[in-house]
Design a protein around this ligand. Structure first.
Ligand code: DGT
Ligand code: CA
Ligand code: CA
Ligand code: ZN
Length: 572
């Protein structure tokens, strides 16, 4: 479906019109179309074929023609005209947290600012502060936003990296003579962002594989091409290009190469030291005693010969995994996951029905799910009033009775309001099977207030888990400034689980916070926050993040059987 793609173009048209200072009505009409397309469940292409585009809320004759143009040519003239009429750098300004199209327009018209460098110079010269609608505080935020962007520059969220790598991997696997293809590097370790994509291929004729690799139609450039390695560039949906490194090795050294190219560099340094201490040598071809190959075909064998248990890729960061001999008993695996306890339906901002979500979860082998739509204060997410919540809960319970083979818990994702109170009274929350409490607004309060809000929410006996506890969006929005020690202490004391969201934009808690939460004795809940059935497949991202924080299955609520989960709930 092209729905999201077309929605993005309309969103950008609205942004560009707003930068130009066009009238509000026109800007809003394009934004409305973008919103409708985002939440549309039918395929926009299908609607166009039926001549039914004008059924989409906000779409009139002119807009329908623009959508048709996009479907036919992959472009919209108005969009291209707007892009051509403004400096390219203005769009990059929009990515800065704290800067919207309206402010970008003011910067452009008043100070002729056309890109990030201009903006930095103008801030340094004190010119931005003096503009109407800016002020010292908002300029400070913008300056921090620029720094934040610079720090994340060049790294891409893991979820996007995995998607791109999976596409290339599939094509390589189909080539003649290719035995297998594995992901390596930060991608395999499950780091939250990746700098490039590393793939390793087993084949005899390296040159032929590399040649086919460099000729892939999606490659927009070739960085290197040789007998055993090649490097290409792919268009990155996050902007710019993404480098993919491929190495081709024979079977007898595949395990050694996989170990070497998985990294991390720091982990590998420690491993080589262990080898040297035994008088051996470790490199990408194998583990050697003089000329004698001790291990090379099999990655596990390398760890075994070095006197270690097999160290899972997620732990290979030199964060103590070597010291403990590679043993983390009970480390969470994807097979441990029994259910998904955070997802949305059409009742709020999801795209599917309760039945569709339940059937999809059942197909994924789950024992249970919780339906957790938004609460009333999340207005843009179509949050539920108390009356609508009651109706929805009745509908979820009725659906749960009809659907066999999976338990469906009636839950909610309840906003933690700016004063630390919850978006529903306690007696309403008490009726639900499962309550996720999340901060969705006022995320820039002081550390003390933000921490207090989260801690207050955990004190409510009907709150089972804190959703995306840090509120960060990878490469987009910084985490809230929380006193994590206080958060973990309260979570452990009140037995409130902390979410490890597998949603690719979030991965929240992040790995190091998972580790601290584990040390503090907290419970975790690894879930997906799915807004559509395909997003249930983000669970491995959450599991990898939890593993990077050394999470064990015995402390993950949704790694418990349904009876054990019910006991956990009953224990209060
Ligand atoms: P990234 O791409 O920045 O997200 O991080 P990585 O870990 O994927 O790093 P990358 O792509 O530069 O290299 C992949 C792995 O290959 C790395 O984790 C360890 C190994 N490697 C690469 N270059 C070196 C090196 O110069 N020395 C050592 N010991 N290992 C290296
Ligand atoms: Ca890499
Ligand atoms: Ca690389
Ligand atoms: Zn949610």
């Amino acid at each position: 479906m092209l729905n999201q793609e077309v929605a993005k173009v309309f969103e950008q048209i609205a942004d560009l019109l707003e930068i130009k200072g066009e009238d509000r009505f026109r800007i809003n009409s394009y934004r409305k179309v973008a919103r409708s397309l985002e939440s549309l469940t039918e395929d926009v292409g299908e609607l166009a074929r039926q001549g039914a585009l004008q059924k989409i809320p906000g779409v009139g004759k002119g807009t329908a023609e623009r959508i048709e143009q996009y479907l036919a040519d992959g472009r919209i003239s108005l969009h291209e005209e707007l892009l051509a009429s403004l400096p390219e750098g203005l769009l990059r300004l929009l990515a800065i947290p704290g800067l919207g199209p309206k402010k970008v327009g003011v910067l452009y018209h008043e100070l002729q600012i056309a890109g990030v460098a201009d903006l930095q110079a103008a801030i340094a010269a004190g010119k931005v502060e003096a503009l109407p609608g800016f002020g010292a505080k908002s300029v400070q935020k913008i300056a921090e936003g620029i720094e934040f962007l610079a720090r994340s520059a060049g790294r891409t969220p893991l979820g996007i990296g995995r998607m791109l790598a999976a596409g290339i991997r599939e094509k390589l696997e189909a080539l003649p003579g290719v035995k297998r293809v594995e992901m390596a590097g930060s991608l395999r370790r499950g780091r939250e962002t990746v700098g490039d994509l590393d793939l390793l291929c087993e084949a005899k004729d390296g040159a032929a594989v590399v040649e086919a690799f460099t000729k892939l139609p999606e490659a927009t450039g070739v960085r290197a091409s040789g007998e055993t390695k090649g490097s290409i560039l792919l268009p990155n949906p996050e902007g710019g290009e993404m480098q993919v490194d491929l190495r081709v090795v024979p079977g007898e050294s595949f395990g050694a190469a996989l170990q070497y190219f998985t990294g991390s560099k720091e982990h590998n340094v420690r491993l080589r030291e262990l080898a040297v201490r035994k008088g051996w040598k470790l490199n990408e071809y194998g583990l050697f005693d003089g000329d004698k190959l001790l291990a090379g075909r099999d990655e596990q064998e390398i760890y075994r010969r070095l006197g270690l248990a097999y160290i899972p890729p997620e732990l290979r960061e030199d964060r103590g995994e070597i010291e403990c001999g590679g043993k983390v008993p009970g480390l969470l695996t994807i097979e441990d996951i029994r259910g998904d306890l955070h997802m949305h339906t059409r009742a709020s901002d999801g795209l599917c029905t309760v039945e569709e979500m339940a059937a999809a979860a059942k197909a994924r082998g789950y024992e249970y799910i919780a339906i957790t739509d938004h609460s009333r204060s999340s207005v843009i997410a179509n949050g539920l009033s108390v009356d609508r919540l009651h109706e929805h809960v009745a509908a979820v319970r009725a659906a749960a009775k009809r659907i066999k083979g999976i338990a469906v818990l009636a839950g909610v994702e309840c906003d933690i309001l700016s004063d630390g109170s919850l978006d529903y009274p306690e007696e309403v929350l008490a009726e639900l099977d499962w309550v996720v409490a999340s901060v969705h607004a006022a995320q820039t309060q002081s550390r003390d207030r933000l921490t207090g809000r989260t801690v207050d929410a955990m004190a409510c006996p009907y709150v089972h888990v804190i959703g995306h506890p840090s509120g960060r969006l990878i490469n987009r929005r910084e985490a809230m400034d929380l006193d994590w020690e206080r958060v973990f202490e309260a979570a452990a004391r009140t037995r409130t689980a902390l979410e490890v969201s597998g949603a690719w934009q979030r991965l929240d808690l992040k790995d190091v916070h998972v580790r601290q939460a584990m040390e503090a004795g907290c419970w975790l809940c690894v879930d997906t926050d799915a807004h559509a059935i395909e997003q249930l497949d983000q669970m491995p991202l959450g599991v990898q993040t939890a593993r990077r924080g050394w999470a064990t299955a015995d402390r993950v609520v949704n790694a418990q059987s349904l009876p054990a989960l019910r006991q956990w709930l009953a224990a209060g």
